[in-house]
Each structure stands twice: as structure tokens, then as C-alpha cells.
Design a protein around this ligand. Structure first.
Ligand code: PLP
Length: 287
């Protein structure tokens, strides 16, 4: 496995970053998770736009143009000879002194890791998953917007730990007002008749690329797909619930906090969307 690290490809064992990197010291950096399906990098352009917007938001200068970064990601997939893979692209503030001031960091570090990955076992797409709601609240601060995919993921890590403690694969985050925001690393949708609803970004959800793809697909299929705030009650009484994400794809949720959703099996809408999504990802090229 070859890792892109600051301009060159190095073996996994040699891919090391300084302990003075502010990504480590302060979580000062940003990242993207991207999927490769059948040799196609899914919506690379959208991921890179989000990466550069995250960088702009935290005043981080990425030492490559978006075109150069596209080449770096494509090359990273090529050298690793993988047809289906997960790409982790990380940009940290770089090496500086121990102080919090990022002006001591002269150059951002860029890392691209490509490896085979499937988050959930295939059988879970057939059975659906149970989830719980977490006590950690999604930060909806306007300064560090949830739209910034920063390396400050401690809140999400705590949500994942709550899921682990409950013996389920994922947990749900509310924002400080109690509105449903998202999972630890995926977005949530509820289905009510012909309506498909996902929380708007301002509630505290990342505007996921998979989420946006599902909104598009659902509208094309005649659903009324919209962004609207909702509470846990709405989740409990929905006809169907599913999560979306680069790693999760589209996965049915069959129980939330002990409340059985719909029939307790993945619903037709979720199954159809997963099927269409998987068809599209096989065709969608680097765009
Ligand atoms: N929400 C959070 C907090 C995430 O980290 C992710 C993963 O990237 C998502 C949602 C899903 O977004 P996407 O579909 O772009 O992967």
C-alpha cells in the first residue's frame, strides 16, 4: 500500500507525521472520505469542492490547486491498483511550534490513503440496523460550521462510543435544541408516505454528498424529497428510516431506541434507493 504524503508516495510503514503537526496537537485540519466504485471515483469534484471550502473556512492554504489535487487523488488510486476502495484525504495545518498559533506552521501537510473498505457487512444491508440516540449534542456553531469537515471529530467519536456501549453500529446526534441532526458519520432520512425528509445543514448536519445524491435520485423517482427539521418522535413513527454516507452508502434503520420502525424490516423505498444508488455509483465517473 502506497500513501501520498507531502508530495511523494511512501510505503505505509514510512507514512509518518511529526508530533509537532497541528493536526495532531489541535485537530487543526480538514478531511474528506471518498469512494471508488469499479474504478470510478464517486463525485470527486464535489468532495474536492467541499475540501477547499472547508480549507477556506478555517483559513488553511492547501499547497495544491484543485486540479493538482484531482491528479493526486487519481494517481493515489492508480498506484494502489484498487478497483473498489475508500480514499481518506487529510490536510493538516502542518508542523509548527507547540503554541496554538497556526502562523508558526509554514506549510500544510497533505495525506492521501487508499484502502479497501466496507463499513457495514453486506448482510446488514439486507437486515437493516438498530441504532440509539446519543447524549452528545451536535455542535451547530456558526463559527465552526458543521459544513466544515474538520479534524475536530471528538463529538462524533463520543457518539460512536455510545453506539458501541449500546451494542449497535451507529447512534444519532441531536443538536442542542433537541432536533435530529445526523449520525456519527452519516446523514439520516425519514420516509413518510411519498415524503423523504432529511435535516437541513443549519440544524447541525454535514451536507453529505451521498445525502445530496439521494435527494436528487428520490426527486427523479417522484418522491417529495426535502430538507426539514424533525424530532426523535418523527423518527420513531416514520414509515422508514435510513442513513446515508460515503462509507455507509444507504442503509436501512429498523429500530431506534427500542422503537421498531415500520415493519421492522428494510422498507421498499430504502431498498429501491439503495439499488438505484449502487447502479449510479458504478457509472458515475470522475466528475
Ligand atoms: N455526517 C458526518 C459527520 C460525516 O462525517 C459524514 C461523512 O463524510 C457524513 C455525514 C456523510 O457525508 P458524505 O455522504 O459526504 O460522506
Amino acid at each position: 500500500q502506497k500513501i501520498f504524503l507531502d508530495g511523494e508516495f511512501v510505503a505505509k510503514e514510512d507514512a509518518k507525521i511529526s508530533v509537532y503537526d497541528h493536526g495532531l496537537l489541535y485537530g487543526d485540519g480538514i478531511f474528506e472520505g471518498i469512494r471508488v466504485y469499479n474504478g470510478n471515483i464517486f463525485r470527486l469534484k464535489q468532495h474536492l469542492v467541499r475540501l477547499y471550502e472547508s480549507a477556506k473556512s478555517i483559513l488553511l492554504t492547501i499547497p495544491y490547486t484543485i486540479e493538482e489535487m484531482t491528479e493526486i487523488v487519481v494517481e493515489s488510486v492508480r498506484v494502489n491498483e484498487l478497483k473498489s476502495a475508500y480514499i481518506r484525504l487529510v490536510v493538516t495545518r502542518g508542523v509548527g511550534n507547540l503554541g496554538i498559533d497556526p502562523s508558526s506552521c509554514k506549510k500544510a501537510s497533505v495525506v492521501v490513503i487508499v484502502e479497501p473498505l466496507a463499513l457495514f457487512k453486506e448482510e446488514l444491508y439486507e437486515t437493516g440496523i438498530k441504532i440509539v440516540s446519543a447524549s452528545s449534542r451536535r455542535n451547530r456553531s456558526d463559527v465552526l460550521s458543521p459544513k466544515t469537515k474538520s479534524l475536530n471529530y471528538l463529538n462524533n467519536v463520543l457518539v460512536k462510543i455510545e453506539a458501541n456501549l449500546a451494542g449497535v453500529p451507529e447512534a444519532l446526534m441531536m443538536n442542542s435544541e433537541g432536533y435530529v441532526a445526523e449520525g456519527s458519520a452519516d446523514n439520516i432520512f425519514i420516509v413518510r408516505g411519498k415524503e423523504l425528509i432529511t435535516p437541513p445543514g443549519y440544524v447541525g448536519a454535514l451536507e453529505g454528498i451521498t445525502r445530496n445524491a439521494i435527494l436528487e435520485i428520490a426527486r427523479e423517482q417522484g418522491y417529495e424529497a426535502k430538507e426539514e427539521v424533525f424530532t426523535r418522535h418523527d423518527v420513531y413513527v416514520a414509515d422508514e428510516v435510513f442513513l446515508t454516507g460515503t462509507a455507509a452508502e444507504v442503509i436501512a434503520v429498523i429500530e431506534v431506541d427500542g422503537r421498531v420502525i415500520g415493519t421492522g424490516k428494510p422498507g421498499k423505498v430504502t431498498n429501491d434507493l439503495l439499488k438505484t444508488f449502487r447502479k449510479i455509483v458504478e457509472q458515475d465517473g470522475t466528475k
